[in-house]
Ligand binder design. Structure first.
Ligand code: ADP
Ligand code: MG
Length: 397
């Protein structure tokens, strides 16, 4: 793979460089609630601009339906990027249309501009190779080189990630290089005990990674919404908690596989339950006595202690997925407990997952308390699953 350093060594002054960044930030109206991904995108863009390149940034935000939708405008991200770079970042009002052509045409050396949300163009995510290729041609016409720096999307075979890399001299960006380096540390010669903590909403999102991890980890801690499918598989009643009935057989298989391989699988022993989603009033109950009609929204105090003790002697930790509905303060305690255990640990600690990373920052934990906070959820999981990442393999070929 050719790297950003290779490109800088070639010299970029006066050259137009298209950078695929990941600026998919959570918004409250037009206010960014967590700017982690914007901040992570700065070093590569700044290095190029400082070297005199004319930088064209392309990115997506949310899931618009393949057409312009002001709700998903990149305007807040462009404004934040400009603040962080200390320069104005002009935002085109379209992806590859007349506004983009004008904005790119007005670029001067060391300048940075941004194209509007690339998912406003339905070809970006099309399954049709020719459609994606056509959009990639139009994107490529804006630049002389391509830098792939959106780690959160490298597992996607999309026009601005995959196809455009075949149209221009393509380089891996600094952020993607760093992220890959960290993930390789989790797959190559890692220090043991290796403990993985998984949570989040749906077990179905994480089946592949669980299957793969069972062959690698010493201990697997499961919390969040996905824990209830595991508890049910063990014969517990889970009330109205999140349950994926159709995954029960697969999860029973995981329980058997963990036992066979000597992997210690740790589930919550108590949970915070409530009658209606979002209610603040709650009870703490053992996971063997979750009442019918109530749902578990966070792991309980005994589980927090148990999870912390199972992390205490770890030498390597990967954590993906919150332990509860951390967006509601009442149910943020389990997530906070795991985060604090990681901060306390001197193991190599990696947090992956958009919501997990946002939770760590929202809870006010020091970012330098972790060895690495990944910008990519799906991408890091697919890497750990052993899957090929199209946005990476295209750079290798
Ligand atoms: P990540 O983005 O870190 O990979 P996910 O997207 O898998 O995490 O899951 C995050 C979501 O899971 C959060 O919105 C959180 O509210 C939800 N969640 C966690 N625990 C529960 C639970 N017990 N019941 C319902 N939702 C939960
Ligand atoms: Mg998420």
């Amino acid at each position: 793979m050719k790297t950003l350093s290779d490109l800088l060594a070639e010299g970029v002054a006066g050259r137009r460089v298209l950078v695929r960044a990941d600026l998919n930030v959570p918004l409250d109206g037009d206010k960014i609630t967590d700017d982690g991904r914007v901040r992570a995108s700065v070093p590569t863009i700044k290095a190029l601009a400082d070297a005199g390149a004319r930088v064209v940034v392309t990115a997506h935000l949310g899931r618009p339906k393949g057409e312009p939708d002001p709700e998903f405008s990149l305007a807040p991200a462009a404004a934040r990027l400009g603040e962080l770079l200390g320069t104005e970042v002009a935002l085109a009002s379209d992806v590859v249309g007349p506004s983009a052509t004008t904005v790119v045409g007005a670029l001067t050396d060391g300048g940075v501009v941004m194209l509007e949300n690339v998912r406003f163009d339905a070809r970006e995510t099309s399954k049709d190779d020719a459609e994606r290729s056509a959009l990639a041609d139009e994107l490529a016409a804006f630049a002389d080189a391509f830098v792939s720096d959106g780690f959160g999307v490298v597992h996607r075979k999309q026009a601005s990630v995959y196809d455009v890399a075949q149209k221009l001299p393509a380089y891996v960006g600094g952020l993607v290089e760093t992220e890959l380096g960290v993930l390789r540390k989790l797959t190559d010669d890692l220090e043991r005990p290796y403990v993985v903590v998984l949570g989040g909403a749906k077990v179905s999102d994480k089946l592949g990674v669980i299957a793969n991890l069972l062959a690698k980890v010493d201990r697997l801690l499961i919390g969040g919404g996905m824990a209830y499918t595991f508890l049910k598989a063990q014969g517990h009643e889970v009330g109205t908690s999140l349950l994926q009935e159709d995954q029960l057989d697969q999860v029973k298989g995981f329980l058997a596989e963990a036992e066979k391989r000597g992997v210690e699988l740790v589930l919550p022993v108590d949970v915070l339950v409530t009658a209606e989603f979002g209610n603040v009033e709650h009870d703490v109950v053992g996971t063997d006595s979750i009442p019918a009609g109530k749902m578990g929204l966070d792991i309980g105090p005994k589980s927090r202690e148990l999870f912390a003790s199972k992390l205490a002697d770890a030498r390597t930790v990967f954590w993906n997925g919150p332990m509860g509905v951390f967006e509601i303060e009442t149910y943020a305690g389990g997530t906070r407990a795991v985060a604090e255990a990681l901060v306390k640990s001197d193991a190599f600690t990696v947090v992956g997952g958009g919501d997990s990373a946002a939770a760590v920052r929202a809870l006010g934990l020091p970012e330098d308390g972790f060895s690495h906070i990944s910008t990519g959820g799906g991408a890091s999981l697919e890497f750990l699953e052993g899957k090929e990442l199209p946005g990476i393999s295209v750079l290798e070929s």
